[in-house]
Design a protein around this ligand. Structure first.
Ligand SMILES: [Zn+2]
Ligand SMILES: [Zn+2]
Length: 173
């Protein structure tokens, strides 16, 4: 995702509006394979303060990732505020751990900044729907589609869980 800053270079200190739209493919986040459903959009403005470019805007994307309970694809709409400074790359050595964004010529490459901002807005647990019942942790049955008999069998075989549920009932009275 490239931002041409020619206009801003000609008029330093002036906010220049921009709108970008780009299709992104597969990605990884927190060990999950994710993908971008529909194009990623960024709109906002940038300004050159001396040689540093200040970019302010809003990024939007629809991110598809596996449901935390049933693993089916779930789409999350994400909106992220973007405010980053891009420093002109003049060939100086970058110190390790310095995560400053750089640019050279008349083009800013926004991908890293936009991606980071968007993914930080993703909830840590994504569900296909609020009341997703998930998979049975014993037989793997998708409990949204069909009940399985594992739960009942477990209660019958384990007298302690039956006792525990009795105790819980007592507490509630
Ligand atoms: Zn689910
Ligand atoms: Zn089961």
């Amino acid at each position: 995702m490239k931002l041409d800053i020619t206009k801003g270079i000609q008029r330093k200190g002036v906010d220049v509006a921009f709108d970008l739209l780009e299709a992104w493919g597969e990605d990884h986040w927190n060990g999950d394979a994710i993908s971008y459903a529909g194009p990623v959009s960024v709109s906002g403005s940038y300004m050159l303060a001396d040689e540093t470019v200040i970019v302010r805007g809003e990024a939007r994307a629809r991110i598809q990732s596996p449901c935390a309970r049933c693993l089916k694809p779930a789409v999350t709409e994400v909106t992220a505020e973007l405010e980053e400074a891009f420093v002109r790359d003049v060939g100086q050595e970058v110190e390790p751990g310095d995560d400053q964004y750089m640019y050279s010529g008349h083009v800013l490459v926004l991908d890293d900044a936009v991606r980071t901002a968007l993914l930080l807005e993703l909830p840590s647990r994504i569900l296909c729907r609020e009341d997703c019942k998930g998979l049975c942790d014993q037989c793997g049955q998708d409990l949204n589609i069909n009940e399985c008999s594992c739960q009942k069998d477990l209660t019958r075989r384990n007298p302690f869980s039956a006792l525990a549920s009795l105790l819980n009932e007592d507490e509630e009275v």
